[in-house]
Design a protein. Structure first.
Length: 277
């Protein structure tokens, strides 16, 4: 029900109803709106001058502070892990590969890390920066894991490599009379000129057992009448081969796998008979 206003007429000594014109209503309404706006402006000025934060702003500020704290902590952890990874890389290059006789890893492999700036975090520099660091670290860790797998394989093959390196004398010292000719330049016994001698001549009694100097496989069993006489060539793998010449007879055959067994006199798997020089 609309409110009706009255006023007291002193001349007539009676109350009369107030009739408002449309213009008066508009003016009054505009006045109230202007007054309300002025009060609102004053309140906002006071609010911002005293920097009073709303509950929502207080909550967001607290969350932002926590995010900055956790970001700094995670950044420290990532940097610590990166330091540990760098130490592993140094040990990989300067210790493990040196011990295993391998070349250092190609630096371009470790530095070839993708750019991880394609994240949709344009409005959050913290998240973007941390995500980039984590992804780069993960990529480097994956590359290092592949290099470590290579080291494991190298270590597994190293035993085979050591066993394939010719490292023992082909005849026993008991039967060795002398080294007739060593490796290097010498006067050729037939042509009487200086020529390179690519071997060692052992002088020993006829029938002396000759042993393979490392694990390997016989790849040549032949007799040459021009220079070497009865000849055996053993392929030890990994780029190593040895040649045994001037033999009296053969106790191995082509394709046979052998091991050096100088202490087992009855084992003929690695024996070849030597002819007296």
């Amino acid at each position: 029900m609309a409110r009706i206003n009255y006023y007291f007429d002193t001349e007539l000594s009676q109350y009369k109803r107030v009739h408002l014109r449309a213009v008066d209503v508009v003016i009054n309404t505009m006045g109230i709106m202007v007054l309300s706006a002025a009060i609102a402006v004053v309140i906002l000025m006071v609010f911002y001058s005293f920097d009073v934060a709303s509950p929502k702003e207080i909550k967001l500020t607290r969350e932002l502070t926590e995010m900055e704290f956790y970001y700094n902590e995670l950044t420290k952890k990532v940097e610590s892990l990166s330091t540990v990874l760098t130490k592993i890389e140094n040990r990989d290059d300067n210790i493990y590969r040196v011990v295993l006789g391998a070349e250092p890893a190609n630096k371009s492999i470790r530095t070839k890390v993708r750019n991880f700036d394609e994240f949709g975090f344009s409005e959050s520099q913290f998240i973007r920066s941390l995500s980039t660091k984590v992804e780069k670290f993960r990529e480097k860790l994956y590359i290092e894991s592949l290099l470590q797998d290579e080291l494991v394989q190298l270590s597994l093959n190293k035993e085979k490599i050591y066993a394939a390196i010719p490292a023992i004398q082909p005849i026993s010292n008991r039967q060795l009379n002398a080294i007739a000719s060593g490796y290097g330049m010498r006067i050729h016994p037939i042509y009487k000129v200086f020529r390179m001698h690519r071997g060692i001549d052992f002088a020993a009694p006829k029938g002396t057992a000759v042993y393979a100097t490392a694990n390997g496989q016989v790849v040549t069993v032949e007799e040459k009448f021009n220079s070497y006489g009865k000849l055996i060539i053993i392929d030890h793998g990994f780029g190593y081969t040895t040649r045994y010449a001037h033999l009296q007879s053969f106790l191995v055959k082509n394709g046979q796998k052998i091991k050096p067994q100088p202490n087992k006199k009855k084992d003929n798997k690695s024996k070849i008979k030597l002819k007296t020089l």
